[in-house]
Write a protein that binds this ligand. Structure first.
Ligand SMILES: C[S@@+](CC[C@H](N)C(=O)[O-])C[C@H]1O[C@@H](n2cnc3c(N)ncnc32)[C@H](O)[C@@H]1O
Length: 248
């Protein structure tokens, strides 16, 4: 029986780590860290730094190269499913290489429940090995964004919808929603909206030392956001950003 711990680590600030996360990391005997290639090497390094900061005992840390999505598979869902299979294979290879290992931990960006597939990959692994799963919640980028702007996530008594840049671009503003949280948007999908009457709260690298925030009516700040985002991406090599839109 292998215990697999999926540990939410927050969004890039080592101080986001909860005491529960620290305990879970120290209970592990193997920590797996994905390596995503050069431009995101600092994300692997951040995970290494977190481990160095909080581990009070000797725990083996194994970096593995994250497989890339197969460009030959044209259907998006098929391509992602195939990719998850390949990542599950990587986890199994690392675990099988260490026959005595009983408690394996993965540091999950933000929280494992939010636009993250670690749980889906764990389900694949559970079909191959007797697995006990332990999920440790983490601070999400949504919470990082609302904290940075000092705003509540919902309007008074209101609902909000969390979706992706791709959904917003392809299907427009969802019916029945006045407040949206947009994640995974590489192309500033807010530019596809009629900006009149929309307010935006945008954040890049939220929670991190180079956090950037911009907010205001979309008519006034859209261009500033796209330019700032591009500059930050050029300077840093990559960017993660998230935003809230409200209409009416
Ligand atoms: C694969 S999802 C992971 C989300 C993560 N599980 C969470 O709880 O926030 C990656 C997306 O989360 C958002 N994100 C994650 N970390 C962020 C950060 N530090 N600053 C801004 N956006 C972030 C971005 O929208 C990014 O495209």
């Amino acid at each position: 029986m292998i215990t697999l711990q999926l540990i939410g680590i927050g969004t890039g600030n080592p101080d986001h780590l909860t005491l529960q996360a620290v305990k879970a990391l120290n209970a592990a005997d193997l920590i797996l860290i994905p390596h995503k290639g050069d431009e995101k090497a600092d994300l692997a390094q951040l995970r290494q730094d977190i481990c160095a900061d909080v581990l009070t005992r000797d725990v083996e840390i194994a970096e593995f190269t994250l497989p890339v999505r197969d460009p030959v598979i044209t259907d998006y869902i098929d391509r992602v499913n195939h990719w998850h299979d390949a990542i599950a294979d990587c986890w199994m290879t690392e675990i099988n290489a260490r026959p005595g290992v009983q408690n394996v931990a993965l540091l999950v960006w933000g929280d494992p429940s939010l636009y993250d597939s670690t749980l889906r990959i764990a389900e694949r692994v559970s079909k191959r090995v007797d697995l006990q799963l332990n999920v440790v919640p983490g601070i999400t980028s949504m919470q990082g964004l609302t904290a940075a702007h000092q705003i509540p996530l919902n309007a008074l008594g209101g609902a909000f919808q969390v979706t992706t840049g791709r959904q917003l671009r392809d299907h427009g503003w969802p019916a029945d929603a006045d407040r949206l949280v947009i994640m995974l948007d590489g192309h500033c999908a807010f530019q596809t909206l009629e900006p009149e009457g929309i307010h935006i709260w945008w954040g890049g690298f939220v929670g991190m030392p180079n956090e950037i925030t911009i907010s205001g009516p979309l008519t006034e700040v859209a261009q500033k956001i796209t330019e700032t985002r591009q500059r930050a991406k050029d300077d840093h090599g990559w960017i993660m950003d998230i935003y809230i839109l409200e209409r009416g």
